[in-house]
Design a protein around this ligand. Structure first.
Ligand code: FPP
Ligand code: MG
Length: 324
């Protein structure tokens, strides 16, 4: 049994219910949407977000219809954001298959993303809880806010660790904290419990993005999306931020110049990867990621021991152990 299977074990029945309702939500008469919807099912990913919604709910009570629709809504807003992200980033592979913009084109990808975003809101309404809907709307605003902040920092070699944290809080961690929060809200958990669930998701989410940024520097071909994409796009993530801050040699200035001029030949990219390795950028990010994983697990201290809490701990561990 792999780690994801272990995490899912105590919620198998609820995940089945989620998948059934999700298929019903995606029913459409439009042939192109039907086609793309089937295509997305093929590469539906690890479903980390619905898993987190359901685990958080079941940790506090009985999973309800509200939990399932909350999970659907969050998975759909996430899917919509990735479809748009591949257009923004001009990336052609996602989850081991050609992205929608590659398989069809940018126009189709934007419109399908819009459609799925609207579906997300309509599923959110079915959760029948205004706080859940408010949380989902807030995710949408923060995803775009984070992406715009990131866009603004492209070509800026001086981006700080604080800027980086703000970006990843908005573009990634808030979605995870909202999953845990919505899980709790869907079973009417108390305020203090909601606070701990929220922070668990937030720290696990930061850990997830740090791992994502580390994977971009790896040699792994099994990730299901291209590596070196961040650098090619001029995205300066923590490994490079740290290396640039701490290096003193002339290469630092050379690399800053390449970033400012978007001068990313294959040779420059490999030199940047080497620079990050030699100046401790990977070790530092790894260390920070472990810190956030431990912070996430600490948030679970007040919850009763058992298989659900164990799955939540494994969930946090997966965020840093995953190699895809
Ligand atoms: C992946 O990051 C992308 C995101 C976390 C969010 C993208 C959000 C948008 C494009 C805004 C659209 C929002 C809505 C609500 C439709 P990445 O590019 O660092 O990672 P990757 O390697 O997986 O592409
Ligand atoms: Mg991207």
């Amino acid at each position: 049994m792999n780690l994801i299977e272990k995490i899912r074990k105590p919620i198998e029945k609820e995940i089945e219910q989620f998948e059934k309702s999700m298929t019903e939500e995606l029913q459409t008469e439009n042939p192109l949407l039907k086609n793309i919807s089937n295509y997305l099912q093929l590469g539906k990913g690890k479903q980390l977000r619905p898993i987190l919604v359901i685990l958080s709910a079941k940790l506090c009570g009985e999973v309800t219809e509200s939990t399932i629709y909350g999970a659907i809504s969050l998975e759909l807003i996430h899917t919509a954001s990735l479809i748009h992200d591949d257009v923004v980033d001009n990336t052609f592979q996602r989850r081991g298959q050609p992205s929608i913009n590659a398989q069809w084109n940018n126009k189709v990808a934007i419109l399908v993303g819009d459609h799925i975003l609207s579906k997300s809101l309509s599923s959110g309404i079915k959760a029948d809880n205004i706080k859940i809907l408010e949380t989902i709307a807030n995710v949408g605003m923060n995803l775009t806010d984070g992406e715009l902040l990131q866009l603004d920092k492209v070509q800026h070699a001086q981006i700080s660790e604080e800027d980086y944290l703000e970006i990843i809080q908005k573009k990634t961690a808030l979605l995870f904290s909202s999953c845990a929060l919505i899980g709790g809200l869907s079973v009417k958990a108390d305020k203090n419990t909601l606070k701990h669930l929220y922070h668990f998701g937030e720290y696990a989410g930061i850990c997830f993005q740090m791992k994502d940024d580390l994977l971009d520097y790896s040699e792994n071909n099994e990730i299901g999306k291209p590596t070196r994409n961040d650098i090619k796009d001029g995205k300066i993530t923590l490994p490079l931020i740290y290396a640039l801050k701490n290096a003193t040699n002339h290469q630092k200035h050379e690399i800053e110049q390449w970033i400012e001029n978007s001068d990313f030949s294959d040779l420059h990219i490999e030199k940047i990867v080497q620079f990050v390795q030699e100046n401790g950028g990977l070790e530092y990010t790894l260390q920070k990621m472990e810190e956030y994983k431990n912070k996430a697990i600490e948030e679970l201290n007040g919850f009763a021991d058992g298989e659900l809490k164990q799955s939540m701990i494994l969930f946090a561990e997966f965020m840093s152990n995953r190699d895809y």
